[in-house]
Design a protein around this ligand. Structure first.
Ligand code: MHO
Length: 203
């Protein structure tokens, strides 16, 4: 698959970032995912020195295949937005990259609240900075899948985190995506038989 020449970026906080990395990574039209820290002002955040930041997933997506509205719909429909997270680290936040995203997110949050008849514990803010998280947090679901994680890291090397295929497999390993989509991708990949077998077992 050839990545599109132009992508757009979206950034969401939705609890521990391992989950949304996989959930959004399984979506057709998402080209790259990465996890990191954002939404605060502390300089140089890291996992053990997060300061006032929140765990977030950042997506690059193909605007011809997915809209920002689509991503927000996925966000609302797969994440518990009704209750406030116990820690700022896990708060629900839409971090808009520009005015358009900001207005769209505010509008859709209001629509969601009207629909649900209750308020949504989701912050909508402008993205000020994004600090990429440590490598071991990237594509965590896949990385922590026995055999598959090590083999794919070796196969993809430096391209592991930014690969579209790895983003999909990370989602599939966590149980997202539909069976036909998984079969199609697996059939198209020239993976070692051990990896193929282990992945199939997980689906
Ligand atoms: N409760 C999770 C949180 C990890 S996430 C990167 C765990 O430690 O397993 O915050």
């Amino acid at each position: 698959t050839v990545p599109p020449s132009e992508t757009e970026t979206a950034t969401f906080g939705a609890g521990c970032f391992w989950g949304p990395d996989a959930r959004f990574g399984a979506l057709e039209g998402v080209v790259r995912t990465r996890v990191g820290y954002a939404g605060g002002a502390t300089p140089e955040p890291s996992y053990y020195a997060l300061g006032d930041h929140t765990e977030v997933v950042q997506l690059e997506y193909d605007p011809d295949e997915l809209s920002y509205e689509d991503l927000l719909e996925t966000y609302w429909s797969t994440h518990d937005w009704a209750s406030t997270a116990p820690k700022r680290q896990y708060r629900s936040v839409v971090l808009a990259g520009d005015d358009d995203q900001y207005e769209t997110a505010l509008g859709q949050r209001t629509a969601l609240e009207d629909r649900a008849g209750r308020s949504a514990a989701i912050d909508v803010e402008r993205l000020e900075s994004f600090t990429r998280a440590e490598e071991y947090h990237q594509k965590y679901e896949l990385r922590s899948t026995p055999i598959v994680g090590d083999e794919l890291e070796a196969l993809y090397g430096d391209a592991f985190v930014d690969s579209t295929v790895v983003a999909r497999l990370n989602g599939f390993a966590a149980g997202h995506g539909d069976p036909a989509q998984r079969d199609e991708l697996l059939a198209a990949l020239d993976l070692p038989p051990t990896v193929r077998m282990e992945l199939r077992r997980r689906f």
